[in-house]
Design a protein around this ligand. Sequence first.
Ligand code: NDP
Length: 615
Amino acid sequence: MHKLNNLLPPQALGFDPQQLAERYRKERDRRVRADAEAQFVQIDNDSPYADKYLADDPYSEPVARDPIEDEREVIIIGGGWVGMMTAARLHQAGVKDVRIVESGADFGGTWYWNRYPGAQCDIESYSYLPLLEETGYMPKLRFSYAPEIYEHAQRIGQHFGLYENAVFQTWVTELRWLADEDRWLMSTNRGDRMKARFVCLGTGPANRPRLPGIPGVDSFKGHTFHTCRWDYDYTGGGPDGNLSKLADKKVAIIGTGATAVQCVPFLGESAEQLYVFQRTPSSVDARNNSATDPDWAAGLEPGWQAARQKRFGDALLGNRIDPEFEDDGWTRMMRNLRSLAGQIGGPSPDLMPELAQLADFQTMEQIRSRVDAAVQDPATAETLKAYYNQFCKRPTFNDDYLATFNRPNVELVDVSATQGVERITEKGVVAGGREFDVDCIIYASGFEITSSYERRIGIPVYGVDGQSIYDHWSDGMRTMHGLMVSGFPNLFVCGGLFVFQLGANYAYGVDVQAEHVAYTVAELTKRQVRVADVSPEAEQAWIDDQLEETGMQAQLFLGGSPDSCTPGYYNQEGTQTRYRDVRLESYSKGLGAYRKVLRDWRAAGKLEGLNLTGS
Ligand code: NDP
């Protein structure tokens, strides 16, 4: 930082980088908990919380059916973007005998389950919503709300005929390779025994909710639910708000991540009293949503979506920010970087890390100043300011969240001093020694996004010789291409695990893998290959390549160095105990480079790295 203080002194910047660096460090240190990820309660299928927070579906009645015992060419586990896009690409590649097995009662994955009021995608819809051209759909808004996205998932399902073979309301309980049959056997909670030549594990990153391990978490006698199982029977209203049944209710919401930022305005509007328990504030930038311009939409040329997704990806990485992304909050940091670079006459490469840090400070200063502009009470405003690098946590964008704290019925409760809520009692929530009596506790406590592989996937997977995939991954995720695993033939682990590499526009990253899986399955089928297993050497070569460098992407997510970010799921709650995992789960050179590796592999046509057994 010293060099930059010389280049751009605090007076020119409007802030002192040294002071901010020190403040960030202190804020981080007081948040790191020794129990790291163990502070969260796992909601697995057998836990006492399973029915309430996982299995019970508030949106659909269970439909009875007989167990299925049959065989398909491909089974895809998960009917969210990963499963649907893989199925769509398989369909395009001529592989039609595909079954999607899904826990929800319809397609959509995260957009099926997350129906909380205000749920919205924070990535522009033209880049995020998959297969717009193929399905002939144009989003209504620049940033779509959840109901429109869920509807689009159904549209994709209809368009590609995915409903035909789909099995809903079904939780997979085990996946086992049958060596004598060269097939996978999938068991489910419905007593099914489905077999398939190929399996695609597309459970996605936000598939399993988690609860904070607050003492007494199961003792509350009032009403409670997780944001991804929103109970509209209790709250009244719908995704647009008007939660009329809360008019005489005192409500606590625990957590202030991307989900809470979107639903708190609606809770504040409707509840008699709302307590927002905040451990770490989110950065909340402007949303600036707008309706889609029909003239613009009418003028789009075929191929526009892929081209736009690429331009959007480039803008996020600051490679080139096209005018259409200049006012998108996701590019604020890169715009600042560009401007600072201009001020010093273009930086030499060795100054880039420092300059990027300055741009981050500047970005967060701008976002912090939004809090002062929106929140009347200075103490509340100060508590709402985020002091960490922007990408330490998922950045958020909302025009109503901050002003909600001006309401007389809304109270922000800062629980940072005790590293979280102290206790849950029969009557409510204890924080700062005060008991908050409430009628309802809502957990906006997130998902098993980067916890251990077993917790995230939640399905036992046994490969050749009955080996568990989690044992195979005990020292980090071992794969070739982040997709195929040695000893687990004909299996593709898509999407969810490679969450870092897939970038902010998750759906786009997913498609890169979907295309590859579709090619591989179609090609193996064409060549009449029964079993394709990654050789141990090819798997090791991929790992060695991954570990060789920690590129810009991993650095951004990890905040510049392994230990500098405030705790959260991006950095295993600040401990970096699985820093190696993060690197194995990312492609450090970025999504574009990853896509090229896969394309080159396909173009070579050799199926290199796979041991093949013919028919
Ligand atoms: P997060 O994991 O981001 O947030 C969990 C929240 O719970 C944090 O504020 C956390 O505080 C808090 N918390 C955890 N334990 C305690 C405790 N003991 N006491 C008090 N507070 C506690 O979950 P979200 O559901 O908000 O978001 C998950 C992800 O889902 C996002 O990061 C994003 O990737 C995705 N998402 C995307 C959206 C989109 O628009 N595309 C919208 C919503 C979600 P702390 O920060 O201190 O750990």
